[in-house]
Design a protein around this ligand. Sequence first.
Ligand code: NDP
Ligand code: 2IT
Length: 444
Amino acid sequence: MAYVEQVLEELKKKNPGEPEFHQAATEILASIAPVFEKHPEYEKAGLLERFLEPERTIMFRVPWVDDKGVTHVNKGYRVEYNSAIGPYKGGLRFHPSVNLSILKFLGLEQILKNSLTGTPIGGGKGGSDFDPKGKSDNEIMKFCQSFMTELYRHIGQDTDVPAGDIGVGGREIGFLFGQYKRIRNEHVGVLTGRGLTYGGSLARKEATGFGLVYLTEEMLQSRGKTLKGKTVVVSGAGNVAIYAAQKATTLGAKVVAMCDSNGYIYDKNGVNLDVIKQIKEVERARIKEYAARVPGSEYHEGCSGIWTVKCDVALPCATQNELNLDSAKALVKNGVFAVGEGANMPTTLEATEYFLENGVLFAPGKAANAGGVATSALEMAQSSQRLFWSFEEVDAKLKSIMVGIFHNIDATAEKYGKPGNFVVGANIFGFEKVAEAMMAQGIV
Ligand code: NDP
Ligand code: 2IT
């Protein structure tokens, strides 16, 4: 059996019951075999086995007391996956579904994503099975303080720099940072996505969504198309979805549908983002509210129905495996010609295959949503310099990074005989740099 296939078999055996981790590894390994044909020395150095095994996995207890005085215990994690090209970097996710399989898939993707940004950051991911929904600000603070009371000893501005992900936004980063600073007595760039009054970067909040649209627009333009005048569906209604919808609208597209985990809204006139922001960012309420507030819009229960809405471009920005084969078939039947993944691994392997077979331009998450972490790296740079750049400066750097990523993955796909297959392009381009750095640093 070929080296890559053999390692994948072993990974599945050694990590049973971790379907998301297997899925991410399968997708990546299916692409990178040509790198090992070019570099037979990698096999002898056990490069792939080392790449797939996290350098360190930290698991801990997170006890906290709710407003009624009841004690709860959650699981806390940090997977410090790969530090070959820089300190571990990646978000924290607070969601009841969080487990090691999900964090390992996210961490593995993060290594390649961070490499694609061209900035010096390694890969990591962490979080908790804590559910922020329905909790008071005080309960969120208590939980974040308890989480950081263990996490602080494992992270540092040159060691491991977490940020947000699902369920972790500006509010949570603030509480986490406050506790880190209190324990360590250091005001440093140990977390990114910080508030603008205490070391955060302008445009970090918008970065993942804006970056997704910059890359998608570049992909379209490379094939003689543009977002202008197109109909777009954006799933999710969180940080990534809101700013993707905003930038797509600015570029002249019409976003007609968005969702949360309960259902989706359809607004044929184009989604009013001020209303979405009020509901989601200010009130932390359900998207259903939108239909009650905006005449002419509709609400439908269940989120997968969003993929039956006719559109030219689909931007899945909610969560993993939210877009399956049936949804891909519905989209293609309705004439979709491009998909840009704002979320991590939102498209199942079968659905991705279907898009590629049907000539849909497909930008994989590790490239398309890299703008968030790239801007986190820009935040780290500003923290180190103790300087702040203007919104325009950060946004221009973000755009240039996203445009650069697109051309790198496009050229790599072409070079390896898979023109237009940006999944292959992203996996190989991201992996080559990490592989070279790991080889240079010996067997560690
Ligand atoms: P948020 O918590 O801000 O928003 C998540 C959105 O997705 C919410 O609308 C949420 O709905 C929905 N969602 C979450 N879980 C599910 C589910 N199981 N089924 C249906 N809908 C769900 O998170 P982000 O916007 O930050 O993250 C979205 C995606 O983007 C994730 O895959 C994340 O890993 C990825 N990402 C995030 C980056 C960032 O900088 N924040 C950077 C790169 C990628 P509800 O409120 O009902 O739960
Ligand atoms: O998936 C991701 O890239 C993120 N959640 C952002 C990570 C970061 O460190 O900014």
